[in-house]
Design a protein around this ligand. Structure first.
Ligand code: NAD
Length: 497
């Protein structure tokens, strides 16, 4: 098939009809019953549509519908084989609409279309398929017990799951929550970010078309308010949150203030990428280090935002890094040749530029540092690299969530490990070395949920659990372990005589 051009995508964008209403109990609810907010594209600041800003009435309605569906057993009560078939049908419908979904995602958050067509949308489809395929293959246990007893240990769906998700990989992060939750038999109320509601709203219709019963999958767009109301709701059994550490702390409090619902958090990061002097391939490592921070405009929880380089190889490594950074050229995200898109909105742009200003005062700017393409009306920033003299610098400690890299120099392995672990976060880390002992030793000592050796961010496979140590969160997305979050363990003891 011939690759689409910028003009093709622009034509398709102009012809799109974009849904902005909430999806509750199997149907879109007219936006007139709710407040609305403008949904603008970071590509050029243009208005895409107006989206429902849900409040207490919509939250109550959605939770009631979800509870009713759960109690009625229209989903939880199905043979897992049947749930699998419906979820696979949903995934197939998403594949049929893959270009439309990729286009919506690119328009909504400014990601390159080259990425939404190859990573975001196929990744979400794969996630749904993976959990659909898994659910009729995992069973319970018959456990050793007194000979008069039959001891069963089973997993049951937890009930109504609220999934509150961020804007950086809107569809993908949402799928990491709703796919295992639905596969396990729960009802879901999804609250997408106010900065990125469009794909979540679109796939709700596809879920319905695939046969997901009314009330089982609801989507409530809006600001933080519906998220807060869901996390405080007494009839929500579990809240699965991906977002900032700051809001993650609030979610725990809301659960404590209400019904002690289960709380699962995937939060921020400030991940270290360590390059030892015996790195097996400096050029590949430099390319990978650039990708670790400049892919998706640095709007990644796992961004390799702290590059720890051994003093002996620092100069040559930085030359390679900057050559690799030059390949990330901000441009129109609808152009298939664009490698770097727009920052999601003016607030995030201001945040990134503020950090760059702070960096100019406390570190040496090696590359980039400017806002570009202002004439487009959109929000674009160059890939930016700072040489940071002290690891205590603000840009080296705080999560920026933008294309800003701090380079930190070290002299010994122990110093590298100490610097790497000296963070409130613990989401991901990497080490580059040719020495097997160093690889195992450092990987073991790094306090992070994911550690790469001689690579960075090669985690597309659903088999790897994903999540953080420390203030990067608790619990894990992806893999069969994710099912544990959305199920309760039940012991059943049957007395025979
Ligand atoms: P955010 O915390 O501002 O918002 C996340 C979601 O929470 C949004 O839907 C938002 O509307 C909602 N929200 C805001 N205030 C709320 C409140 N008081 N109660 C309930 N919900 C509320 O985060 P963001 O800016 O959307 O995303 C960026 C953050 O997400 C970064 O810190 C990033 O590291 C993190 N993230 C983590 C992972 C991971 O898997 N660990 C993945 C992607 C993003």
């Amino acid at each position: 098939m011939e690759q689409k051009t910028l003009a093709n995508w622009q034509r398709e964008a102009a012809a799109l009809s974009i849904e902005g209403r909430a999806f509750i109990d199997g149907e879109y609810r007219p936006a007139s019953t709710t407040h609305r907010f403008d949904c603008r594209s970071p590509i050029d600041g243009g208005l895409l549509t107006q989206v429902a800003d849900c409040g207490a009435p919509e939250v109550d309605l959605a939770v009631r519908a979800a509870r009713h569906a759960f109690d009625a057993g229209v989903w939880a009560g199905l043979n897992p084989r049947v749930r699998k078939a419906i979820l696979l049908r949903w995934a197939a419908l998403m594949r049929e609409h893959q270009d439309e979904l990729a286009l919506l995602e690119t328009l909504d958050v400014g990601k390159p279309i080259a990425d939404t067509t190859t990573v975001d949308v196929p990744g979400a489809i794969y996630c749904i398929e993976w959990f659909a395929e898994a659910i009729d293959k995992v069973g319970g246990e018959v456990v050793p017990a007194d000979r008069h007893l039959v001891g069963l240990v089973t997993r049951e769906p937890v009930g109504v799951v609220a999934a509150i998700v961020p804007w950086n990989f809107p569809l993908l992060m949402a799928s990491w929550k709703f796919a295992p939750a639905l596969a396990a038999g729960n009802s879901v109320v999804l609250k997408p970010s106010e900065k990125a509601p469009l794909t979540a709203l679109r796939i709700a219709q596809l879920a319905h078309d695939a046969g997901v019963p009314a009330g089982v999958f609801n989507v409530l767009p809006g600001t933080g308010e519906p998220g807060k109301l869901l996390a405080l709701h007494r009839d929500v059994d579990c809240v699965a949150f991906t977002g900032s550490t700051q809001v993650g702390k609030l979610i725990m409090q809301y659960a404590g203030q209400s019904n002690l619902k289960r709380v699962w958090l995937e939060l921020g990061g400030k991940s270290p990428n360590i390059v030892m002097p015996d790195c097996p391939d400096l050029e590949r490592a430099a390319r990978s280090a650039a990708g670790a921070i400049f892919y998706n405009m640095g709007e990644m929880c796992t961004a390799g935002s702290r590059l720890l380089v051994h003093r002996e190889i620092k100069d040559v490594f930085i030359d390679g890094l900057i050559a690799a950074a030059r390949r990330y050229v901000p441009g129109n995200p609808l152009d298939p040749a664009t490698s770097m898109g727009a920052i999601v909105d003016p607030a995030q742009l201001a945040r990134v530029l503020d950090y760059i200003e702070a960096g100019r005062a406390e570190a040496t700017l090696l590359h980039g540092g400017a806002q570009v393409l202002r004439e487009s009306g959109g929000y674009y920033v160059e890939p930016t690299v700072f040489d940071v003299a002290t690891p205590d610098a603000k840009i080296a400690r705080e999560e920026i969530f933008g294309p800003v890299l701090s380079v930190i120099t070290f002299d010994t392995i122990d110093e590298a490990v100490r610097l790497a672990n000296d963070s409130d976060y613990g989401l991901a880390a990497a080490v580059w070395t040719s020495n097997l002992t160093t690889a195992h030793d450092v990987a073991r000592r790094l306090r992070a949920g994911t550690v790469w050796v001689n690579g960075y961010d090669e985690g597309g496979d659903m088999n790897f659990p994903f999540g953080g140590y420390r203030q990067s969160g608790n619990g894990r997305d992806k893999s069969l372990h994710a099912l544990e979050k959305y199920t309760e363990l039940k012991s059943t003891l049957i007395r025979l005589r």
